[in-house]
Design a protein. Structure first.
Length: 68
């Protein structure tokens, strides 16, 4: 798999919403993200953000399936 295949956006229009969501989750877990480059945060903090984003997206998907 080439790098371009791994980084291809499935829904490019969702990027702004995902970025906003990322900053909301970062604030909830106490990680200070700034606009632009955030290469100074630890892998642990980045994992907290990504893990919580996934957890919340799964919860939302499960709730929408239950409410059908």
């Amino acid at each position: 798999m080439t790098n371009s295949n791994r980084t291809r956006k499935v829904v490019p229009e969702a990027q702004d919403s995902l970025d906003k969501f990322k900053y909301e989750v970062a604030a909830e877990v106490g990680v200070d993200l700034k606009n632009g480059y955030n290469g100074n945060i630890s892998a642990k903090d980045a994992g907290k953000i990504g893990g919580n984003m996934v957890r919340k997206m799964i919860e939302q998907a499960e709730n929408s399936m239950l409410n059908k």
